[in-house]
Design a protein around this ligand. Structure first.
Ligand SMILES: *Cc1c(COP(=O)(O)O)cnc(C)c1O
Length: 396
């Protein structure tokens, strides 16, 4: 065992030492200028991370709650009495749909099997024949690793006069999300994935013009009402309720770290790590669920080799301090997922690959022992050799 776990997951992640210091830096009150300044700096850093060009047209609210809180804030705040179309090709698309039907009577769904790309023609035809005000899509569908096309869907929604909202929880911080170029009104993300901070905060970045329109809708929730968040942000640079202040300190540090690397360098480094892992895993004859061209840079979804149980693989890796994910839903038992975000060094990647090789060999050898036919050998002629019926009794 190492003295810590190496989190090869899509979040939570191993955080940088600077974040451990930042989180316990100071006790500050969220109704004091200290917090106003902290939130204002986080907001500016988020706009920089998103590489927004017309910065005065966008704002970002920060919510105390994991990524689902930001998604629920969007889904409950932007649709009003209108109609929303959810595009789903995986677990998180399905979760958007489940959340939307709680808040929005007119929720439509276009669904693809997990890991299957959307068909833009089908979506265009649907928009042409239905009145849709909002289209929602997950950018990186974490269950399969598929990166969905922001530009294509953004252009379709614009052509049909709908607004486009995006779940960027697992892509922001590793992949470009061009709010301006892709016609995105609101995008959600969270602190604990590619941004590399502790879990517990999420945020919604959006066009100011769209934030202003939110107060026209009747409120559907108290805590997650985006219009209320926007009001407090605009007037005081604060949050409506008590925020998890220490997590804000850590989030600011995480953003500072990204920006001091440079956004482009940061994205390239995460991609290089994914490439390193993928090359290493291909050398172990492992196969991936998706073509590499369709994958996001933050994780790889790998088929479980025959004769190995994913649960055993996960347990054995944990014994060596490595944490991976198991597939869920229709991928359960069939795939495992290897993330490459957070503080992972080149040495950690090499350690992962060599440990994975050892564990796979170990498990395959054990499986071979179990399934290898018992070769009847009549060493002592007085003991009869095992016959087929006897073998059947042994294995039953
Ligand atoms: C992780 C994730 C979420 C949010 O999950 P939480 O458990 O609330 O953090 C939402 N969407 C996607 C695509 C995710 O990967």
């Amino acid at each position: 065992m190492l003295d810590k776990y190496l989190l090869f997951t899509p979040g939570p992640v191993n955080v940088a030492a600077s974040l451990r210091h930042a989180i316990c830096k100071a006790d500050i009150c969220h109704r004091e200028p200290d917090f106003d300044g902290l939130l204002a700096r986080i907001e500016q850093k988020l706009l920089t991370l998103f590489e927004i060009k017309k910065r005065n047209r966008y704002r970002a609210v920060v919510i105390t709650g994991s990524g689902t809180a930001a998604n629920e804030a969007i889904l409950s705040s932007v649709v009003g009495d209108g109609a929303i179309l959810i595009l789903s090709n995986g677990e998180f698309g399905e979760r958007l749909h489940k959340t939307s039907i709680i808040h929005n009577k007119h929720t439509h769904l276009i669904q693809q099997p997990w890991g299957t790309p959307f068909d833009p023609d089908q979506i265009a035809a649907y928009l042409a024949t239905h009145r849709i005000d909002v289209v929602a899509m997950v950018h990186h569908e974490t269950c399969s690793g598929m990166l969905n096309p922001l530009a294509a869907i953004g252009a379709l929604t614009k052509a049909h006069g709908a607004i486009f909202v995006v779940d960027g929880v697992s892509s922001v911080g590793a992949e470009v999300v061009d709010m301006e170029g892709c016609n995105i009104a609101f995008c959600s993300s969270s602190s604990s994935k590619a941004i590399g901070s502790y879990p517990g905060l999420s945020f919604v970045i959006g066009r100011k013009k769209q934030f202003k329109k939110l107060k026209l809708h009747a409120a559907k929730t108290t805590y997650l009402n985006l219009a209320t968040f926007y009001g407090f942000l605009k007037q005081h640079s604060q949050t409506p309720n008590t925020p998890a202040v220490p997590l804000f300190l850590a989030l600011e540090q995480a953003l500072t770290n990204i920006l001091s690397d440079g956004v482009t360098n940061r994205f390239a480094r995460i991609r290089a790590r994914a490439d390193q892992l993928r090359l290493g895993m291909r050398k172990l004859n492992l196969e991936f669920v998706l073509d590499e061209a369709d994958m996001c840079a933050i994780l790889t979804t790998v088929k479980v080799p025959p004769s190995i149980l994913v649960r055993d693989l996960r347990d054995r890796l944990r014994e060596k301090s490595i944490i991976i994910y198991e597939g869920k839903g229709c991928f359960a038992g069939k795939v495992f997922q290897v993330g490459n975000i957070g503080e992972l060094s080149d040495r950690d990647i090499q350690f992962f690959l060599s440990t994975l090789r050892d564990v796979l060999l170990e498990l395959q050898a054990e499986a071979a022992d179990v399934v290898a036919p018992i070769r009847p050998k009549a060493i002592n002629p007085t003991i009869p050799a095992l016959t087929e019926p006897m073998l059947a009794t042994l294995s039953s």
